[in-house]
Design a protein around this ligand. Structure first.
Ligand SMILES: [Zn+2]
Length: 148
């Protein structure tokens, strides 16, 4: 009774801007001012995590003040990106990983460099390498590199 709908393959390019929100703005401004990473602490379970409005574990609000955390931790997972796509943080190839900073309960995604990609391993210790002049964005941390 109905013919299959015809399809047209098309790629849309839709640039847009959005607000980071209060907590992410604090995170970036403190990082620029102090050259440290600041996370939020839950008022209930006390877990320390990337700042958001509420705790992702128990949904309680985070404390009003963000707390400084170490800029080193453990690589929890990673991938090596070989193909280009829009809005990439770097020109391929590059490694991208999830880092659990010491004393925190959430991961921080970022680029991993100064390593042969064949040597990347889950559990390896990594540390932030900071940009010389901080600009108030996530790439004030240029990348994380292995330590130890
Ligand atoms: Zn909580």
């Amino acid at each position: 009774m109905f013919e299959p709908a015809s399809r047209v393959m098309h790629t849309w390019y839709v640039p847009y801007k959005w607000s980071f929100g209060q907590r992410a703005t604090e995170f970036l401004e403190l990082m620029k001012k102090e050259q440290k990473i600041f996370f939020g602490r839950c008022t209930s379970c006390k877990k320390v995590m990337i700042p958001t409005a509420i705790c992702g574990k128990c949904f309680a609000p985070l404390e009003d003040e963000l707390v400084p955390v170490k800029d080193e931790g453990v690589l929890e997972c990673f991938t090596v990106v070989y193909l280009p796509f829009p809005t990439q943080p770097a020109a391929p190839p590059y490694a991208y990983g999830y880092i659990r900073l010491d004393g925190t309960s959430s991961i921080m995604p970022h680029i991993i460099e100064e390593v042969d990609y064949d040597d990347l391993r889950v559990g390896m210790r990594v540390k932030a390498v900071w940009r010389e002049e901080l600009e108030g964005d996530i790439y004030d941390i240029k990348y994380f590199k292995p330590i130890d």
